[in-house]
Design a protein around this ligand. Sequence first.
Ligand SMILES: [Zn+2]
Length: 237
Amino acid sequence: MQAKMQLLKALQELDQELSQIRQQQSGLEQEQAAMAAEEGRVQDMVDSLLRDLEGLESERNALRQSLGQEQEQVQRSEGRLSEIKTQKEYLAVLKEIDTAKKVNKDLLDKIQEKESQMAALRQEMDEKQSELDGLRAQLAERGSEISAALQAFGKVLEEKDAERQAHLEPLPSTLRKRYQQLMDRRGGIAVVEAKDGTCTGCHMHLPPQLFNSLYRTTDIQSCPHCSRLLFVVPISE
Ligand SMILES: [Zn+2]
């Protein structure tokens, strides 16, 4: 087989290996990105729960402050009772105390309600936090495996790329261009064997004259149907 065709065949093998490695590489990169996105999603949930919790806490604190004020009011009113001279005034203060105590009871109920909401949120947040911790541990472990694999792939790609350049250099630029166009347009297969009068790339019959000439010519010939570059395995091989 002629030298150019040998180079093209070897080049195609290299390109197919390179494309497989790049596919594996991008698969790993996608896996890494998906894990990071999941981590971000759970982190957002934890953050949002924390904000809700802080909101409830400040509501509860405001209620506690009101309660404290009301309790002071009750104490003041109770202190005044001993100094009161008239029955009417006495009853009025008693009523005042009673009303304030009802308000306090109401405030206490509200505070308890806020606190039970807070406890539920805390539990939810703890669950999400431990989910997040798990994801982080997973990301650290799988992430370092992926990084090591990507690094190894990077090295192989570099070597294969250099090999590819060495195969490419001796070829005339028009042939390089033709090869590259075919690789792009014909699903990564630019060079195919012609066998039993047929192109094995597109499985169409080749004109007999063209097929026979492949055994003699030193020119690179194309399939008239799919344009791929044809080679034959000599009968003696
Ligand atoms: Zn063809």
